[in-house]
Design a protein around this ligand. Structure first.
Ligand code: NAD
Ligand code: WQD
Length: 367
């Protein structure tokens, strides 16, 4: 996918050292954009950004900055002429959000308010926001979830993201020329094909794929499959997995849409109710936990050790996206299948068993 940079302007990526952020920064650089990253490194390391610089040969200024800190954020806005912000920074563990809901509200909702205030004060009109399929809650009665499905967050994490969407929508109404795009991701997995960057959670992984890959390299003993009595063909939950590079490209497609709208309006503001666009980002195919275990075992050439365990609080039978709206309006289509997603996840973890720490011979030769 090719997205055109706006000459002389930068893209600010918050949370750009994280999993989705670093892959998006990489795709932005590959498309010639000038990117600035802010991140507080609460769930990432700066090495991810350094590796993007190595892969692309492009400099990516990095600022250790918490989005909740308006003073620090303002300094970054004062320094660069941004055309758009891609806002990834936030916390994403559903389980943790039940324990510390206030912290989720601060990091995901209030931080978003502060960021948009900074944008408005600096006349930065465009924002792409990381939203989530978790907003659809139980996804009741729908084979494929569309953007107009009921919003019913069933955990504090989902509530914090939905409130952030609402804040952005409200603020855009009083922001001349402002426009926002919410991308509701399903289950991003995999890694860049170079194997140089990938998913690197700081604590014990909550998500399925990093738990599996860390088990395969011996960092975890055995995968617990959370429940096999769901209303699905093999009894384990079904999800819509999307390759991280496809998802990263979705952000470039969103930027391109905002840019196109800006050009088409010839400098005028969008009507008040048209300032926010919403798109699902998924594949439209569902895979069960056991199907993923089989696909990862095949990619790694060894069986993933697993046991069936109790259900996990808050899990639902099936969440699969319709991404028809993004296909049509953003001209964005996924390219990678489940075998490629698993192969790339495995390339990353097998060559970087400790994430960005202690790089293997193979990685050292590439760096
Ligand atoms: P991640 O944890 O790898 O990345 C988030 C980044 O934000 C990290 O680098 C972290 O250090 C940083 N961060 C957190 N709070 C911050 C703050 N207050 N100030 C500055 N930096 C901060 O997670 P990810 O998977 O890359 O997710 C990125 C975004 O996408 C998140 O907002 C997440 O909620 C959302 N999302 C993720 C998924 C998923 O399955 N990975 C699905 C839907 C939505
Ligand atoms: C996938 C499946 C688990 C771990 C979460 C958020 C969602 C979005 C994506 C942010 C489920 C099962 C998992 C394990 C398992 N994130 N599993 N053993 O729950 O679909 O979505 O991440 O917005 O909002 O809820 O993803 O990777 O945690 O789980 O059996 O050790 O794997 O029960 O069925 P999930 P996941």
């Amino acid at each position: 996918f090719v997205s055109q940079p706006v000459p002389g302007k930068y893209i600010l990526v918050t949370g750009g050292a994280g999993f989705i952020g670093s892959h998006t920064v990489l795709q932005l650089c590959r498309n010639g954009h000038d990117v600035v990253v802010v991140d507080n490194l609460c769930n990432s390391v700066e090495d991810s950004v350094k590796r993007v610089e190595i892969i692309t040969g492009k400099k990516v200024p990095f600022y250790l900055c918490d989005v909740r800190n308006k003073e620090d954020l303002t300094k970054v806005f004062d320094k660069y002429d941004f055309w758009a912000v891609i806002h990834f920074a936030g916390l994403k563990s559903v389980a943790e959000s039940f324990k510390i809901p206030d912290v989720y509200m601060q990091n995901n909702t209030e931080a978003t308010r502060i960021l948009v205030d900074c944008m408005m004060e600096h006349d930065v009109h465009n924002i792409v926001f990381s939203s989530s399929a978790t907003l659809y809650g139980y996804g009741r009665g729908k084979d494929l979830l569309t953007e107009d499905c009921n919003i019913e967050p069933i955990n504090p994490y989902g509530e914090s993201k939905y409130k952030a969407e609402q804040i952005i929508t409200e603020k855009m109404k009083s922001f001349e020329k402002g426009q926002a795009c919410f991308l509701r991701y399903f289950n991003p997995i995999g890694a860049d094909v170079t194997g140089l960057i990938g998913e690197n959670p700081k604590d014990i992984p909550n998500n399925l794929i990093p738990y599996i890959t860390q088990t395969l390299v011996g960092r975890r003993e055995i995968l617990s499959v959370f429940g096999n009595d769901y209303n699905t063909p093999d009894g384990t939950c079904v999800r819509d997995y999307i390759h991280i590079t496809d998802l990263a490209d979705g952000h470039l497609a969103a930027l391109e849409k905002l840019r196109e709208n800006e050009v088409n309006r010839n400098g005028a503001s969008a009507p008040i109710d048209d300032r926010t666009l919403i798109y699902n980002m998924g594949n439209g195919n569902g895979f069960s936990v056991l199907e993923i275990v089989a696909a990862m075992s095949k990619a790694a050439g060894k069986q993933v050790p697993y046991k069936i365990a109790e259900r996990r609080r808050g899990d639902v039978d099936r969440l699969v996206a319709s991404s028809a709206k993004a296909n049509k309006e953003l001209k964005w289509f996924t390219k990678y299948n489940i075998e490629q997603m698993c192969a790339d996840a495995w390339r990353w973890q097998s060559t970087n068993p400790e994430g960005y720490d202690n790089p293997s011979e193979y990685i050292l030769n590439l760096l």
